[in-house]
Design a protein around this ligand. Structure first.
Ligand code: HEM
Length: 393
């Protein structure tokens, strides 16, 4: 399960169904020099670990990529990989930056951007939805939220794509490391600029918190957390949007119900988030010896929670492998659960809804014009290229 190819090679629904039925708490043995780890696939077991948040920690890393390679160097500094009282302090600063007032301003802009991007794509007729629409929206949103000037956003997008390169593209590991460093250097200079010319934006909220001493944020923490927002919010939202278009193409009756207004975009967004689950797993490390459903877990063991499987668990969701845009209730785990519940969940939902509303407004029909290209990763699930043809409404 550590091998990205596994997720391309096997029919995922079958794989998860079998694991849930036969090995719900599965020990993925050490292989090719990589350590072993637990893989949990049932909703209830995953919820148990999320709830036992003082036993299962994130500060060594929260994804396999770091957990199997010596831990996350941002542990204790970047929100997602910080625990305990420091996590609560940092999260408080973030919540200020993501206040309802800021969110409503951002939502207006997201809606405007989504409408412009989708209208243009529909006018073009044929486009790559991944490149021409989905790639542009989340990054622009996070940059606006952070306070990154528009003139810098194109370059930052290129760097982010290199930094987060997934297996199979043409970026080398060295290019990725270089890009990550360039992003950190960029945020360091942006922080300096914010200090000289204070203005609105998350980076300004961080700088204020530092100046007032409320969370004693170091420069390194500010820079890493700006980077963390890009890492956390760009690719996940982008993949969710692309998956939603593919889901609509593959389920014409659902698209008809959505575009005619008989299903609302809010309910549809939740189902597409369940269906797509862009962040397939989340990782934790056991602080002490413990157990999950009677399986002994040793102190220091890596435990992975496969939200992608929990979201298809037949014990929680009726007909889980059916896309039902009017599904309600929909207690999916796409944004995680507990103290680390996704800070950008509302923003992710706003982006998805804006994009679905714009599709319904401008497109009468959507068809595939080529083969979608799937992302090769053990963490991210989705499509990196989606050639489609729109017929205008
Ligand atoms: C569809 C889009 C998104 C998905 C699927 C997603 C998924 C997740 C998940 C599963 C977690 C929990 C991590 C854990 O428990 O270790 C998380 C945390 C987080 N997400 Fe998201 N996310 C999305 C959008 C966003 C956006 C738009 C932002 C910000 C602009 C964002 C920022 C964060 C941050 C900062 C955390 C860490 C929270 C903490 O540790 O307290 N995410 N996200």
């Amino acid at each position: 399960m550590a091998d990205p190819q596994t997720f391309l090679r096997y029919a995922q629904s079958d794989m998860w169904r079998r694991l849930r039925a036969e090995h719900p708490v599965f020990w993925n043995a050490p292989r090719d020099g990589r350590s072993g780890f637990w893989a949990l696939t049932r909703y209830d077991d995953i919820m148990h670990v999320y709830r036992e948040s003082s036993t299962f920690l994130s500060d060594r890393g929260n994804v396999l990529a770091t957990l199997l390679h010596g831990g996350d160097s941002a542990g204790g500094k970047m929100l997602a990989v910080t625990e305990g009282s420091r996590h609560r302090e940092l999260r408080k600063v973030f919540l200020k930056a993501f206040s309802p007032r800021t969110m409503s301003t951002v939502a207006e802009k997201v809606q405007e951007n989504a409408e412009n991007l989708v209208r243009r794509a529909v006018e073009m007729g044929i486009c790559d939805f991944a490149e021409d629409v989905a790639e542009k929206l989340p990054m622009r949103t996070i940059c606006d939220l952070l306070g990154v000037p528009e003139s810098d956003q194109g370059e930052l997008l290129i760097l982010t794509k290199k930094a987060l390169s997934v297996e199979g593209d043409h970026t080398t590991e060295f290019d990725s490391i270089l890009a990550r460093n360039e992003i950190l250097v960029y945020f360091s200079s942006l922080l300096e600029e914010f200090r000289k010319n204070p203005r609105e934006g998350v980076i300004g909220t961080f700088a204020d918190a530092q100046a007032s001493g409320s969370a004693a944020l170091s420069d390194e923490e500010i820079i890493l957390n700006c980077y963390g927002l890009i890492i956390g919010g760009d690719e996940t939202s982008r993949l969710a949007m692309i998956s939603s278009v593919l889901a609509l193409v593959e389920h014409p009756a659902q698209w008809a119900a959505l575009s005619s207004g008989s299903i609302g975009s809010q309910t549809a967004t939740e189902e597409i988030l369940r269906w797509a689950t862009p962040a397939m797993h989340i990782g934790r490390t056991a602080l002490t010896d413990t157990n999950v459903s009677g399986h002994p877990i040793n102190q220091g063991d890596v435990v992975t929670l496969w939200n992608v499987s929990a979201n298809r668990d037949e014990a929680v969701f009726a007909s889980p492998d059916v896309l039902n845009l009017s599904r309600s209730p929909n207690r999916h785990l796409t944004f995680g659960y507990g103290p680390h519940f996704c800070l950008g969940a509302e923003l992710g939902r706003i982006e998805m809804r804006a994009m679905l509303d714009a599709l319904c407004r401008f497109a009468a029909g959507i068809t595939l014009t080529g083969t979608p290209k799937r992302v090769c990763s053990n963490f991210l699930s989705g499509i990196s290229s989606l050639p489609v043809k729109f017929t205008p409404r």
